[in-house]
Design a protein around this ligand. Structure first.
Ligand SMILES: Cc1ncc(COP(=O)(O)O)c(C=O)c1O
Length: 397
């Protein structure tokens, strides 16, 4: 268990790396399914859509016609160029391809960015609740994550005022994600600019996680690069582009830093998967983007259904989720142990949800994350099942 002793022949840091508690929910959900129950999976952090057909076709063409050798450690030039063009077309932002490094998922991008920037013992600010891997990456580098509690008033984000007051000795960097996992909330351009300037003023660095970037439902997608170009930006083909298993992402680094990341990538994994890089070219093509846009609209409709239905069964939504495919619900009306509550709901209703535990220390026992990675009729059914199970349960008032 996290924080307990590790085998004596392992490094000390291993005791500081936490496993994903959500895996326990997944396991329990799978066991239930094997026993014949109909489980509605709202716990998984990946889209339910298959890879877009133009992407699969491009991969098949490439596999049939191209040698699948390593690529350059920073990625195929055509793909780096295509990403650069995509920034120009989608956001009107010029990002030179030389600043773009194609990575093995954004996970590799995050680890390399942190590894390049943070020395052992230094500290990294991040919002709590937030994406669990960030704190484990920081710990893996023998640095220290600083979890900054952020609530509905800050839309669960690491805002500039929160970063300013949390900044202390030894802080080297801040990480923020927009839209965020687990809350789906966003930072607006002006908030990104303010956060970047807090970091800059303290000789620190901002790492922006834009992995859910295209998945927004209340307005156009944005990038921090429109307001700051000294930020390290992590992005991915996993979520908006719906290619989780292809393991492809990218990192935008400030001018002059590419060579440093190239060295790390060469050593860590040599190059990102070659078939996936060919496929990703099609994800960025007009045909690929057309499919993705339809799916974005579908995800938005799902969100709207849940925004309407969840409060009716007492699941409170304290800050409007504008993007990703997550809703972070306050379930304190029913429990002060969201882990046990999720377990009970799963057993009772066959609906799998993620307890707040993985996302930090800021009242995880009062929260659940719902991933709307199922069609609308299944979402409605999930809410109906939960509503029925809670009906008649003593509310904590
Ligand atoms: C906020 C956030 N960042 C990064 C990742 C890593 O994704 P990948 O390595 O698939 O790009 C995830 C995955 O769920 C995430 O939610």
């Amino acid at each position: 268990m996290f924080g307990m002793t590790v085998r004596p022949d392992l490094a000390q840091r291993m005791a500081r790396i936490a496993p994903f508690e959500v895996m326990e929910v997944l396991e329990a959900a799978r066991r239930l399914e094997v026993s014949g129950r109909d489980v509605i999976h709202l716990e998984v952090g990946e889209p339910d859509f298959p890879t877009p057909p133009p992407v699969i076709a491009a991969a098949q063409r490439a596999l049939a016609t191209r040698p699948m050798f390593y690529t350059s450690a920073v990625g195929m030039p055509e793909l780096r160029e295509a990403i650069s063009r995509w920034y120009q077309i989608s956001f009107g932002v010029t990002v030179a391809m030389e600043r773009i490094v194609v990575t093995a998922g954004s996970s590799a991008a995050l680890l390399m960015a942190l590894g390049a920037l943070v020395d052992p013992g230094e500290r990294v600010l991040m919002a709590d609740p937030g994406y669990p891997c960030n704190r484990n990456f920081v710990r893996f580098l023998d640095a220290e994550p600083v979890l900054v509690p952020s609530g509905p008033a800050d839309a669960y984000q690491l805002t500039a005022p929160l970063a300013r007051s949390a900044w202390g000795p030894g802080v080297r960097a801040a990480i923020a994600a927009s839209p965020s996992n687990p809350t789906g909330t966003c930072l607006e351009a002006s908030e990104w600019a303010a956060l970047a300037s807090v970091c800059r003023a303290r000789d620190g660095v901002l790492i922006a996680d834009e992995i859910y970037q295209g998945l927004v439902y209340d307005g156009p997608a944005e990038t921090v690069l429109a307001v700051a170009d000294d930020v390290w930006v992590v992005n991915s083909f996993s979520k908006y582009f719906q290619m989780t298993g292809w393991r492809l992402g990218w990192l935008v680094v400030p001018e002059g830093c590419t060579r440093e990341i190239e060295k790390v990538a060469q050593n860590l994994y040599i190059s990102a998967p070659t078939p996936a890089q060919h496929a990703a070219l099609a994800a960025l093509s007009p045909e690929g983007l057309e499919v993705l846009e339809q799916r974005r609209v579908e995800l938005g409709a799902r969100r709207d259904v849940l925004l309407e239905e969840l409060p009716k069964i007492g699941f409170a939504i304290r800050a409007r989720p504008q993007g990703a495919f997550y809703i972070y619900c306050d379930v304190s009306a029913f429990t002060d142990d969201s882990f046990a509550f999720a377990d009970w709901l799963l057993e009772r209703t066959g609906v799998a949800l993620t307890p707040g535990l993985d996302f930090g220390d800021a009242a995880p026992e009062r929260h659940l994350r719902i991933a709307y990675t199922q069609p609308v009729d299944r979402l409605r059914e999930a809410v109906a099942r939960i509503g029925a199970a809670l009906d008649g349960q003593p509310s904590r008032g």
